[in-house]
Write a protein that binds this ligand. Structure first.
Ligand code: IVH
Length: 689
C-alpha cells in the first residue's frame, strides 16, 4: 500500500504510531543515553512522519515531533577530525600481566634487568573522553572521542563545565589540545536521579551514562544544569612541547587550571604497582567519582616516542582493570545465533538482573565446548559477570539449585536457520553452518557488515533496512545494493510505496548509496567480510598489494604451497597460516569472485596510497633486518621502519630494497649479496633515518 492510498483514519493511526515511536526513541537517546536503533533508522522514522504530514496536512500540530524545538535538529552535532588520533588502551587484569607489560617495554627498549621504568599510575575515570583545543589560551573547540579519528563538536556544552577553563593564562603554547575525562560525581548523579524520578522520568543507570547523556544534549542549558566535572590527563596536538615526563604534563595542566585524577603515584616496579592497586581498590568506594581501574603511563617522553603504538593502543600505557562485578540469575533459554562467517554461537537469555548498575538480559556462552565444560543448562541458576563494556559472561552454575528435569543441551548438527549440516573444522572450537551464501542468516549478516560504519557506511541503510530488503528479495548480494535504484525504477512496487518509505526517503537512500561508489581499497577489503580480516589486516593487505587486481592475482597463485606469493602473504605482519588460509580460500571461491567482479563494475576502488610520511627515502620500500642489532631491538627497528612507511619482511628476495645487517648476520646477508640487494650496516641505517 502506498502513502497515497491511506485513508484519513489509517493515516491518523499511522501518525500516532510514528509519533509514539519517535518520542520513545528520543527519550532512550537523549534521556537515557541508551538508544535501541541506529541514527539512520531513527532518521528514516522522522522522514516517514514528515512525508505523512506533507500528504495529510490536517495531521500537523505543534505537538508533533516534527515541530518540537530541541528535537528538531535531530541528532545534529558536526563532526571533528582529530589531528592526533585519540587512542584506546590495552588492558591488564593481574600481577602476571602487569609484569608482562613491564617486560615488553624492557625488551622493546632493550633496557637492562635492573633499569627502573618510572610509571605514573592514575585512576581510570569512568566517564567519556574529550579533547579541548585552545588557540593562544582561548578555548576554540571541544570534541568527543568518537571512533578515535572523528568525534563530535560539543564546544557549546563543554563551555558550561566549570572544571574546564575557557581562557588559560600564563605560559601556554599557541596551539594546545588538552585531553581528559568528563564525568559526573556520585553526588551530582544521585541528585540528578532523584530530581528525574520526582518528575516521573526514567533515572540513569550509572554516572557514566548520565555524563554521556548530559554532554550530548542539543540544548546546552540542560548540560549546564547537570553539574559535570573534568579531569585533564594528557596533551594532544601542541605547537610546542615543553615537557619531558608525564609528571611535567600533570604540573603544566595543573598550572593552567585543570583538575587532575587523584590519587596518582609514581611506581618503579611491579611491587609498587600492586601495592598502589590494592590501596586504590580499598578506597574506591569512598571516592566521589567512579573509577573502573588504574591507568599506567611510562613517565619519560623519549621512551614513549620510541615505544609508539600498535593498532589503536600505545605500547607505553595500559589500563589495570578492577575485577568484574558479579550477580546470580536464571537462564530462561539458550538460543543459537548464526554469524557472518557461519559460526553458531550459543547465547543465554537471562532473567533480567542489574550488575554494576546495568540491566543484563543476555550473556554470551562463546561456544558449545564452554557449555559442556561448565555444564550449563536451561533453568539453571548461574553467576554472571560483567567487566567494563565487555559482553556479560556466565562464570559458573550454582549446582545446589539445579532442577531435576534440567536437560543437557544438544550440540547442533544443523544450522537453525537454513538447516544445512553444521560442522566443526579440525582444531577449531567453533561449529559452523556449511550453507555459505545459501544460508540466509550468513548472507544477511554479511550484508550488514558490508554496509556497516567501518565498511561502506551507507547512510540510512541500517540493520533493519537490510533485513527488510532481504526479506522482500530486493537485495541478495552486495552488488544488488548498487543496482537497487535501477531495479527499483523497473519495479511494480517501488521502494517509495513500501511500508515505512516515501518519495523523499527513497531518493535520499539512493543518493546515500551513490555517495559511496568511490571507495578506498582497504575499506573495500574489510567490507568483503573475509573471516579473520578486520580493519587492521585489511589495511595491511591494501598497503602490500596496492590494488584489487594485484591482490586477486596474488591470491590465485598463493594457492600453490610453494609459491612466492604464499611466502609474501605469510610475511605480512599478523598474518599467520590460519588467516592466510582463510584469505586464500576466500579469493579462490567462485561465488566470491563473481560478487567482486559485480562490484568492480559498479564501483571505483581507489588504489591504496601510503599516508604522507614526509619525504622519507624508506617510504614504500621493503626492508629486511638480519643479525643482532646493537642500538635498538628488532621490534623497535621494525616499528621505526614501518612508521617511515617501509614494509619489513622476514626473507630476502628480488623485491627487497635494503637489507640491514647486524652482527653475526648469516644466510640472509649472503643471499642479499647474491641478488645484488643494497646492504646497510646498522649505523648507516640509523644515520639515514
Ligand atoms: S590516558 C592513549 N588517563 O580510558 C590513551 N585515559 O580505555 C591515553 N581514561 O579513552 C589515555 N581515565 O577516556 C588516560 N587517567 C586516565 C584516564 C583515561 C580514563 C579513559 C580515556 C580513554 C580510555 C581508554
Amino acid at each position: 500500500m502506498s502513502l497515497f492510498d491511506l485513508d484519513q483514519e489509517d493515516a491518523k493511526a499511522r501518525h500516532r504510531k510514528l509519533t509514539k515511536d519517535i518520542e520513545r526513541h528520543d527519550e532512550l537517546y537523549h534521556g537515557q543515553d541508551n538508544p535501541e536503533i541506529s541514527d539512520a533508522d531513527y532518521d528514516a522514522l522522522r522522514r516517514a512522519l514528515i512525508e505523512l504530514e506533507d500528504q495529510y496536512p490536517d495531521l500537523q500540530s505543534a505537538q508533533s515531533p516534527t515541530n518540537k524545538v530541541g528535537a528538531k535538529p535531530a541528532r545534529g552535532f558536526s563532526k571533528v577530525t582529530h589531528k592526533v588520533p585519540m587512542l584506546s588502551l590495552s588492558n591488564v587484569f593481574n600481577e602476571d600481566e602487569v609484569n608482562e607489560f613491564f617486560e615488553r617495554i624492557r625488551r622493546f627498549l632493550n633496557l637492562s634487568k635492573d633499569e627502573p621504568i618510572d610509571i605514573i599510575a592514575e585512576p581510570k575515570i569512568d566517564g567519556l573522553s574529550c579533547a579541548v583545543i585552545y588557540k593562544n589560551g582561548e578555548m576554540v573547540q571541544a570534541a568527543t572521542r568518537g571512533d578515535g579519528q572523528v568525534g563530535e563538536d560539543i564546544t557549546d556544552n563543554v563551555k558550561t563545565i566549570s572544571d574546564i577553563p575557557q581562557k588559560i593564562k600564563g605560559d601556554v603554547p599557541e596551539t594546545l589540545e588538552v585531553r581528559g575525562e568528563i564525568y559526573m560525581s556520585r553526588e551530582a548523579f544521585l541528585a540528578l536521579n532523584s530530581s528525574l524520578e520526582a518528575q516521573g522520568k526514567q533515572p540513569f543507570a550509572n554516572p557514566r551514562n548520565a555524563a554521556a547523556g548530559s554532554v550530548r544534549q542539543l540544548n546546552s542549558e540542560i548540560t549546564k544544569s547537570r553539574n559535570l566535572s573534568f579531569f585533564g590527563y594528557a596533551l594532544g596536538q601542541v605547537s610546542s612541547e615543553p615537557w619531558e615526563t608525564q609528571e611535567d604534563v600533570r604540573a603544566a595542566l595543573r598550572s593552567w587550571g585543570f583538575p587532575q585524577a587523584e590519587p596518582s603515584a609514581l611506581c618503579k616496579n611491579v611491587s609498587d604497582i600492586m601495592e598502589n592497586f590494592e590501596a586504590l581498590e580499598t578506597i574506591r568506594p569512598d571516592l566521589d567519582y567512579e573509577i573502573d581501574g588504574i591507568v599506567y603511563k611510562v613517565n619519560r617522553r623519549d621512551w614513549r616516542e620510541r615505544l609508539g603504538f600498535v593498532s589503536r593502543a600505545p605500547r607505553w600505557a595500559t589500563a589495570h582493570k578492577f575485577p568484574a562485578e558479579k550477580a546470580v540469575t536464571i537462564i530462561n533459554d539458550i538460543e543459537i545465533q548464526v554469524g557472518r562467517t557461519g559460526a553458531l554461537t550459543p547465547v543465554a537469555r537471562l532473567e533480567p538482573i542489574t550488575v554494576g548498575g546495568v540491566v543484563v538480559s543476555n550473556a554470551t556462552l562463546h561456544n558449545f565446548d564452554e557449555i559442556e565444560r561448565k555444564d550449563i543448562r536451561v533453568t539453571d541458576h548461574v553467576t554472571i559477570q560483567r567487566a567494563g563494556d565487555v559482553i556479560p559472561q556466565v562464570v559458573n552454575v550454582i549446582m545446589d539449585k539445579r532442577q531435576k528435569e534440567a536437560q543437557k543441551m544438544n550440540v547442533p548438527t544443523h544450522c537453525p536457520i537454513c538447516k544445512s549440516p553444521a560442522e566443526r573444522p579440525e582444531g577449531e572450537v567453533v561449529i559452523r553452518c556449511t550453507g555459505g551464501m545459501n544460508c540466509s542468516a550468513q548472507a544477511v549478516e554479511r550484508l550488514k557488515h558490508f554496509v556497516s560504519k567501518n565498511a561502506f557506511d551507507i547512510d540510512g541503510m541500517g540493520q533493519k533496512v537490510i533485513e527488510q530488503f532481504w526479506q522482500e528479495g530486493m537485495i541478495k548480494t552486495p552488488v544488488d545494493i548498487f543496482t537497487l535504484e535501477a531495479q527499483d525504477q523497473k519495479s511494480l512496487t517501488p521502494l517509495r510505496n513500501k511500508e515505512g518509505w516515501g518519495t523523499l526517503s527513497a531518493k535520499n537512500l539512493f543518493a546515500a548509496i551513490d555517495a559511496k561508489r568511490v571507495v578506498p581499497f582497504n575499506r573495500f577489503i574489510y567490507a568483503l567480510g573475509i573471516r579473520q580480516v578486520g580493519e587492521a589486516t585489511a589495511k595491511r593487505l591494501a598497503s602490500v598489494y596496492g590494488d584489487l587486481s594485484t591482490l586477486k592475482t596474488a591470491m590465485a597463485r598463493a594457492l600453490d604451497p610453494n609459491s612466492e606469493q604464499l611466502t609474501d602473504l605469510l610475511n605480512i605482519d599478523d598474518i599467520g597460516p590460519v588467516v592466510a588460509h582463510d584469505i586464500i580460500v576466500f579469493f579462490n571461491d567462485q561465488r566470491n569472485l563473481d560478487i567482486i567482479e559485480g562490484l568492480e563494475e559498479q564501483l571505483t576502488i581507489e588504489p591504496y596510497t601510503a599516508p604522507n610520511l614526509g619525504d622519507s627515502q624508506f617510504a614504500g620500500k621493503t626492508l629486511v633486518f638480519t643479525g643482532s642489532l646493537e642500538k635498538m631491538t628488532r621490534a623497535e627497528a621494525k616499528a621505526k621502519a614501518e612508521a617511515l612507511g617501509a614494509k619489513v619482511s622476514g626473507s630476502v628476495s628480488k623485491k627487497t630494497d635494503h637489507v640491514i645487517v647486524g652482527a653475526d648476520a648469516g644466510s640472509k646477508a649472503k643471499k642479499a649479496h647474491e641478488l645484488g640487494v643494497n646492504i646497510l650496516t646498522e649505523d648507516q641505517w640509523l644515520e639515514m633515518i
